[in-house]
Design a protein around this ligand. Structure first.
Ligand SMILES: [Zn+2]
Ligand SMILES: [Zn+2]
Length: 101
């Protein structure tokens, strides 16, 4: 039994993610994405796929990678470390994992 790092849910099927030498515990993938997925350096959405890395910055797609010089609105490296943004991410990905059950 372990509690989720994000929501604190004490769940018997939590899983651990080791990243950059630190271990995190989550009760579901949504919490893991919330905590660990980098933000696109251009549009700010969560990058949960392979993404595109340009000059050490992560982008969600080739389009955003091409425009990475346009609007350096936020420091992605800072955002992706350990911070949990208070604002909810765009809901576009939340429905992606739902399958017909
Ligand atoms: Zn959780
Ligand atoms: Zn993007």
């Amino acid at each position: 039994m372990a509690a989720c790092d994000v929501c604190g849910n004490d769940y018997d099927r939590t899983f651990q993610v080791n990243i950059a030498g630190s271990q995190h515990t989550f009760d579901n993938f949504e919490c893991a994405i919330h905590a660990l997925a980098p933000l696109c350096g251009h549009c700010g959405c969560r990058v949960i796929g392979h993404g595109h890395e340009v000059d050490g910055r992560i982008f969600c797609c080739a389009h955003c990678a091409e425009h990475h010089d346009d609007s350096p609105s936020q420091d992605v490296d800072e955002m992706s470390k350990e911070s949990f943004p208070s604002s909810d991410p765009p809901s576009t990905w939340s429905s992606a994992g739902q399958s017909n059950s």
